[in-house]
Design a binder for this molecule. Structure first.
Ligand SMILES: Cc1cc2nc3c(=O)[nH]c(=O)nc-3n(C[C@H](O)[C@H](O)[C@H](O)COP(=O)(O)OP(=O)(O)OC[C@H]3O[C@@H](n4cnc5c(N)ncnc54)[C@H](O)[C@@H]3O)c2cc1C
Length: 451
């Protein structure tokens, strides 16, 4: 351990963001304590603190890479635990209403598909194996404690189940609690103005089933992503393989008013998708045990990065900072990439006179570079629905036309296909598609080639 920044860092929440951050912090603090309100089981299990874990959780190649840099060996652990390897583009049936099925090309990139509880368990085991990380399950944090002077924090207040509040001092408190409510309460208690929030209201209604992969599963794909057709059809669907020879399938409706309550209703909805791929895959599948539901009202980005400073010693991260529409599968990957950013920032901050304040400022100065690509891709797809709440960017129409041109070129040109794939997998920033070598190739494909 080099360049120690402090005695103790506390992380609130042992979800993907919290565990990834703990891995980073352990290199710079003598001790890292991760507080989690839930009991943490020793086998993959759904938890009440993460109700989303009963739905598909795709880990993009950029997220897998970041988590593997924080916890070397994570990827092989996940594969050994039963995750299914999927070759990006070659094994993915990516279906758009305007351009049909994208070509199956092999770019040498792989994903690992598993249930969210398994991904989290494998990550947690890696964190537990780090000598100076301690997990504190069944410990609910009830407050971030400000100093008497008010511009900094002393630590946290928590309840370990006894009903009595205890206080723990910390040099840095990382809020990875999902909603970031404790950071908001801290701002209110200090009388500081909360950050501006950009919100994109999607009112997405998830219906999810898990079925055994049938023996007659099509051999030409492992994962399906069927896009909606705004404004005519508001149904997205994803089918993802996972451990135990199962598929997990979600049909998500934008602006839904009713839920899919039965298997028959689910199958019927799968028939109304823009292609019959998922219906054909499911029609002879064994019926699932039940339908799982989740309602996602809005994506948000809390712009802490626009504030002149944070209270010294607190850092909101992952979903507490920015929550993406889950259908695009970006949240865990963006959390892993934020943890990797924090690693770079802590390394530099060690030389500063106030390394804690320098870490906070450094993280906030650069976090937009991690969030912008997933945020712009997911919100621009959502804003194509007339019912989506939120401000359309000034160049929205141009961006839509550019995206159509990109997809035309993706079909014709493997170089553009690779670039687009790397951007979608969060391995490259979105601006990669605007670089001259790619723009030249996009412009070389005439609009009529779309027909
Ligand atoms: C329906 C749905 C599907 C999704 N699908 C995908 C996907 O396909 N791919 C993807 O990358 N992402 C997906 N996501 C997003 C993903 O779940 C999150 O972005 C990711 O887990 C990072 O979140 P986090 O660590 O900030 O919060 P979480 O994973 O939600 O973890 C927060 C943790 O904090 C704990 N906690 C909360 N309050 C306290 C407290 N006071 N004291 C102690 N502990 C506390 C909670 O119990 C929980 O364990 C999906 C989300 C939803 C809603």
């Amino acid at each position: 351990m080099t360049g120690l920044l402090g005695q103790r860092a506390v992380v609130i929440g042992a979800g993907i963001g919290g565990l990834a951050m703990a891995g980073t912090l352990a290199k710079y603090f003598e001790r890292v304590e991760v507080f989690e309100r839930d009991r943490l089981a020793s086998s993959p299990a759904s938890r009440s603190g993460t109700p989303q874990d009963r739905h598909p959780h795709g880990l993009l190649a950029g997220g897998l890479q970041a988590l593997g840099e924080i916890f070397p060996g994570f990827e092989s652990d996940l594969a050994k635990a039963g995750a299914v390897a999927v070759r990006v583009a070659r094994d993915i049936q990516y279906e758009r209403p305007d351009f049909g099925v994208l070509p199956k090309r092999d770019f040498g990139l792989s994903l690992l598909c598993a249930s969210r509880p398994l991904i989290e368990l494998v990550l947690r085991r890696r964190a537990e194996a780090v000598a100076n990380i301690a997990l504190r399950p069944e410990c609910r944090v009830t407050g971030i404690v400000p100093t008497t002077s008010g511009a900094a924090v002393d630590g946290i207040r928590f309840d370990a189940g006894s009903g009595h509040s205890e206080v723990l001092a910390a040099d840095l408190v990382v809020d990875a609690s999902g909603r970031g409510a404790l950071t908001s309460t801290l701002y209110d208690a200090l009388g500081w103005e909360r950050p501006e929030v950009t919100e994109v209201g999607v009112d997405l209604s998830y219906a999810t089933v898990v079925v055994p992969i049938p023996p007659n599963a099509p051999p030409d794909w492992k994962l399906v992503f069927t896009l909606p057709d705004p404004p005519f059809l508001a149904l997205d669907a994803v089918l993802v393989p996972m451990e135990g020879g199962r598929w997990i399938i979600t049909i998500a409706e934008h602006g839904a008013t009713a839920r899919l309550e039965t298997w028959d209703a689910f199958l019927e909805a799968s028939r109304s998708l823009t292609t019959p791929t998922i219906y054909n895959a499911l029609r002879y599948a064994q019926p699932p045990d039940g339908i799982r539901h989740y309602r996602f009202p809005a994506s948000y980005w809390k712009h802490f990065e626009r504030l002149p400073r944070l209270p010294r010693g607190v850092l909101p991260v992952a979903d507490a900072l920015c929550r993406f529409n889950p259908i695009y599968g970006q949240g865990m990957s963006a959390a892993g990439q934020q943890a990797r950013l924090l690693q770079d920032v802590l390394g530099r901050a060690a030389a500063e006179p106030d390394p804690i304040a320098a870490s906070q400022a450094g993280f906030m100065a650069e976090v937009a570079s991690v969030l912008e690509t997933p945020w712009s891709m997911s919100t621009s797809a959502d804003l194509a629905f007339p019912g989506t709440r939120g401000e359309r960017p000034e160049n929205f129409a141009e961006a839509q036309q550019f995206e159509a041109a990109v997809f035309r070129a993706v079909i014709a040109d493997p170089v553009v296909h690779r670039a687009m794939t790397e951007v979608f997998q969060l391995l490259q920033p979105h601006r990669r598609l605007r670089e001259p070598d790619i723009v030249r190739r996009i412009e070389a494909v005439p609009a009529k080639a779309a027909a």
